[in-house]
Design a protein around this ligand. Structure first.
Ligand code: CP
Length: 324
């Protein structure tokens, strides 16, 4: 693997899931793979799980880790080519990406959508600038339109808990007072498209995701109907794609409640976290024995670890042969 900025960077989803589950049982099997290798993680936005689970994954592989909250501690970056830099930006990403690349072997970036300019977000302005100018492999720790490490985690978690060959998985929008990116939902749709599942998306009118992403997927506007016979309920809020970045409704009837979960086939409840209790999901659901949210967070480590392992093997194929 030469980079990981999208689910499409995975050669075989089923194989990588099996390898991640193996790593979960044997987390220190490849401690020498990361010897004398460094990952640098640059955060333009906050994180709890992504930061610590990716750090843990790198440490499990024997890597060194450098972390910088670049928005707070770095120079403001310019991303446009040919700009006269007389405003707030003090450094161009062209230099910054090449400079940081000299200090590390893998560069991981977190950057959220601005939710103002859809074209800018969907062109992945920040992530693609690092892909273009860095001289080391790039890993997405969530970008403007995708969260591929979260999506791999979710696919691993579903694989571990599915009891039938083709479970029904429902991605349900839920209300939130603030405008949130579509990244988690987009990547979840992309990973479900590659999975053996009966997949349905449910949301209020106006919350349609990009049709390029949901092409071919069933969209059911009646949440109760969507929940019937579901084996997994994956919940996430996102802001509107068409009326870009807008909060169109915070209708609490879309919150995930115990009563709604009773419509399902004893479904497992999933959410990437962080989650607003009793806004997105009732306490009774997130605290129930069917809630997978804490285990999902644990699986973030092994999704990151298998991705870093595959990149390290690409950086150093000779070492891989020696170890195996
Ligand atoms: N799920 C997730 O990405 O969590 P953080 O924002 O805390 O990293």
């Amino acid at each position: 693997m030469k980079k990981y900025t999208s689910i499409s960077d995975i050669a075989s989803l089923s194989s990588i899931i099996d390898e991640a589950i193996h790593l979960k049982k044997n987390p220190y099997d490849f401690q020498s793979l990361g010897k004398n290798k460094t990952i640098a993680m640059l955060f333009f936005n906050p994180s709890l799980r992504t930061r610590l689970s990716t750090q843990k994954a790198a440490l499990n592989l024997g890597m060194q880790v450098m972390i910088m909250n670049i928005s707070n501690d770095g120079w403001t970056l310019e991303f446009e080519d040919g700009t006269i830099m007389k405003n707030s930006a003090a450094e161009h990403v062209k230099e910054a990406a090449q400079v940081v690349s000299q200090y590390c072997d893998i560069l991981a970036i977190r950057t959220f959508a601005g939710l103002v300019d859809r074209e800018e977000d969907y062109n992945e302005k920040v992530m693609n600038a690092f892909v273009k100018y860095a001289t080391v492999p790039i890993v997405s720790l969530e970008s403007a339109i995708g969260h591929p490490l979260q999506a791999l985690t979710d696919a691993i978690t579903i694989k571990e808990h599915q009891k039938i060959a083709k479970p029904k998985v429902v991605l349900s929008w839920a209300p939130h007072p603030k405008a949130l990116p579509q990244a988690v939902a987009n990547s979840f749709v992309n990973v479900m498209k590659l999975s053996e599942v009966d997949f349905v998306i449910t949301h209020p009118y106006g919350y349609e995701l990009s049709s390029e992403i949901t092409n071919g997927i069933t969209i059911e506007y009646n949440q109760d109907k969507a929940f019937e016979n579901a084996n997994f309920i994956y919940t996430k809020n996102w802001s509107a794609f068409t009326d870009y970045g807008k909060v169109l409704t915070i209708d609490s009837n879309w919150m995930i409640t115990e009563k709604k979960m009773q419509l399902t086939n004893n479904a497992k409840f999933m959410h990437c976290l962080p989650v607003r209790r009793n806004v997105i999901v009732e306490d009774a659901v997130i605290d129930s024995e069917n809630s997978l949210v804490i285990e999902q967070s644990n699986n973030r480590t092994f999704a990151a670890q298998i991705v870093l392992k595959k990149i390290l093997e690409t950086i150093n194929p000779l070492l891989e042969r020696v170890i195996s």
